[in-house]
Design a protein around this ligand. Sequence first.
Ligand code: DGJ
Length: 378
Amino acid sequence: MKKNRWMAGLALCCMALLTSAPTQAQELVNGQLWMDTEGNHINAHGGNIIQYGDTYYWYGENRPYRGFTTEAGVGVYSSKDLKTWKNEGIALAVSEEAGHDIERGCIMERPKVLYNAKTQKFVMLFHLELKGRGYEAARVAFAESDSPTGPFRFIRSTRVNAGIWPFNMDKKAQQAAQQTDARKWKEWWTLAWRKEVEKGMYLWRDFAGGQMSRDMTVFIDDDGKAYHITSSQENLTLLVSELTDDFLDFTGKYNMVAPGGQNEAPCLMKHDGTYWLICSGCTGWAPNEARMFSAPSIWGPWKQLPSPFVGTATGYRNMPANKTFGAQGTYIFPMNGKPTFMADIWNDRHLSQSLHLWLPIEFDSEGVPVINWATTPF
Ligand code: DGJ
């Protein structure tokens, strides 16, 4: 009898230990589960972090365990030390209204939040796909909130820069684009097709209705101007577009970067006056080799450099540097003052279980970014 009571006590103790939330800051280990203060894996993917006051806010896709559509919305977590994350719930919830742009079952990807010091509002931009239409809508959406944890109010979704030429495309280039005809090209990836893409074949195809916008990030420059950087034109060409002062619209000033280069997952930072863009290739949820571009101005000229991922160490599931250590970038954030590459290790069978990888960005003697594998982000 006494022994039974003792065993029951021990079992209760073990259960309490297993289910209790971490009481002290956890060590974040790249490629392992990262727990929130309730002991659940942090379900915030493809997102970003901002600092507001003495608190960090981490926004990201709240993904279901099964399936690819958005059932809850965009989640938000808060932290004072970048290690201990409290789940603050859903910052932007899906709508229950049939036909609404963000109706439950749509796809919300790569949410990014910026604080607008002028309007004192938090503005969220994200990639939106309409319910039941796969990835064909290719829109950017805007939402706004008075508080960092929301609730964010959905504003609208749209294609980008309808009826506007990239500002650095002269009359001659505009005429050349207008000679192209995307319907003609049944076979992709030929040299002739690639030339047409570079001339702006898909830009022209979507000119009237607006350009596609899928994987995206945002960037605020030192002068407070904000930019939207997106994978457009069938994921072939990046667009950099200036946002209005309230961050809720486009000014119409934009240009194309790396036409035909097939870049996804853009992440942008500025370091010592140079702009650095780190992207992935397009292989769905599977990791691939990162690409890097640099420019003296946000408007270019952008020059491609080798991937910044280096070293012989391997990362998640032994993935090497030329597979981005098993991850795909989402944002660059200064963690404790050091630019840090935030990435997702996608689990396409259970998206909510996708893992996190944060790697500090170093700079070589010429000031070029270099990213090595590290077990922990700090
Ligand atoms: C790769 C993108 O980077 C992700 O955000 C997501 O859209 C997947 N493709 C879908 O296959």
